[in-house]
Design a binder for this molecule. Structure first.
Ligand SMILES: Cc1cc2nc3c(=O)[nH]c(=O)nc-3n(C[C@H](O)[C@H](O)[C@H](O)COP(=O)(O)OP(=O)(O)OC[C@H]3O[C@@H](n4cnc5c(N)ncnc54)[C@H](O)[C@@H]3O)c2cc1C
Length: 364
């Protein structure tokens, strides 16, 4: 039986531990914190899952496959609310997405602004050229989904060890022990850059979201205002209605960053709420969580072999859009570890050229 150690029980590491365990590996999963902890990038309340990635087909396919895998894990983790893209231009990310999704046979529809307005009890559409609607997209319950992956991995035999791990050549030092396995995968999120300086280059930024209380008729789709670099979702109980900026925030240390959004971020979210969803202008705030992005230069993920240690792999660089892909990325990684596939060249280590976003126009 092949053996594996995965360091990091965020969505990337938990998905991989789960996949390897399901494929018959003996897996040890290590994390410094409990799975779903708000200090991790995967520990938040909600994450959008959508297939639109502009002209890019790889991530569109990956998101679609991931959706199947999430539903297989537990259909209740996905609020299949649809996602509405507020397209401000006829030709742009949304039009490119529409073409790619059409080609791949992924459900998508172009709505006039008036038709789009019917998706919400009140929506200002004066700046929209059209609304691109993905009816089978939606919202993942992030912290719960991460914990569900870890639970299934454990049911399949994975051992969960809590503690701070340190690279020790091809092995993993964990407190007084040294762990060894056929494959060691560091899926350590924003901490990857610190653990492997000179190999993984990540910008870690503070990101802030605000959730508002809303009446039940506000159950509805996720939404993305690509040109405005904002996104969120209608009411998802018990969390609320979310408004978040997707613009790259200031650099932060993931171990010490704030866990709550600041006053300016809350005021900006309320201003957008009042502008875009006028009936909710005075809605009470429910919560204001802060998190961090771990950004690669080109928004592509990292999955690559360590150049000095044959059995050691690095997995991360979620770049603010990784959550939804977790189980599909793990399927790819597991196939590579088992020798059934070659690693995706885009995920390789080395210098990357800054390129188009896979989130919104707000990513630098
Ligand atoms: C505000 C916000 C909104 C987002 N919205 C979306 C969205 O709508 N859709 C989407 O798809 N994605 C979204 N993302 C991105 C997505 O959440 C991330 O890409 C994803 O969660 C990254 O997961 P990860 O497993 O790489 O990292 P993490 O979840 O951070 O996991 C890494 C884990 O490694 C552990 N660790 C690190 N170092 C060590 C060590 N030395 N020893 C032991 N354990 C260690 C940490 O404790 C942590 O648990 C969003 C992110 C943020 C912050």
């Amino acid at each position: 039986m092949p053996t594996g150690i995965v360091v990091g029980a965020g969505v990337f590491g938990a998905s991989l531990a789960d996949r390897l365990a399901l494929e018959g590996w003996e897996v040890t999963l290590v994390d410094a914190r409990e799975p779903g902890d708000p200090r991790a990038e995967s520990g938040g309340e909600t994450r959008l899952i959508r297939c639109s990635h502009g002209a890019d087909a790889l991530y569109a396919r990956s998101a679609r496959r991931a959706r199947e895998l999430w539903l297989e894990l537990d259909p209740d983790l996905l609020v299949e609310s649809g996602v509405a893209w507020f397209a401000r231009r006829e030709e742009g990310w949304e039009a490119d997405s529409e073409r790619v999704l059409g080609r791949l046979g992924i459900p998508v529809e172009r709505l006039t602004p008036d038709e789009g307005a019917r998706l919400f009890p009140s929506l200002a559409t004066d700046d929209m050229a059209f609304v691109l609607h993905e009816p089978e997209a939606g919202v993942l319950r992030a912290g719960e989904a991460t914990r569900a992956l870890v639970s299934r991995a454990r049911e399949a035999g994975t051992r969960l060890r809590l503690g701070e791990a340190v690279p020790a050549g091809a092995a993993v030092a964990l407190e007084a022990t040294v762990l060894e396995a056929d494959a060691v995968v560091w899926a350590s999120g924003a901490w990857l850059a610190r653990l492997f300086p000179g190999l993984v280059d990540l910008r870690v930024t503070l990101q802030q979201a605000v959730l508002f209380q809303a009446p039940p008729e506000w159950r509805g789709p996720g939404w993305v205002d690509f040109e405005g670099a904002l996104y969120g979702h209608a009411l998802v109980e018990p969390h609320g209605l979310k408004v978040a900026s997707d613009a790259d925030g200031p650099p932060v240390d993931p171990s010490t960053r704030p866990l709550e959004a600041g006053r300016e971020a809350v005021a900006a979210a309320r201003a957008y709420l009042a502008r875009r969803f006028p009936d909710l202008a005075d809605a009470p705030m429910a919560s204001a969580p802060a998190c961090h992005y771990s950004l690669t230069a080109d928004s592509n993920f990292v999955f690559a072999r360590h150049p000095e240690h044959e059995g050691v792999w690095l997995l991360g660089g979620g770049s603010g859009h990784g959550f939804k892909h977790g189980p599909a990325l793990a399927e790819h990684a597991a196939a590579v570890l088992a020798g059934r596939a070659e690693p995706e060249p885009r995920f390789a280590l080395g210098e990357r050229r800054p390129s188009a976003s896979f989130r919104t126009a707000g990513s630098g």
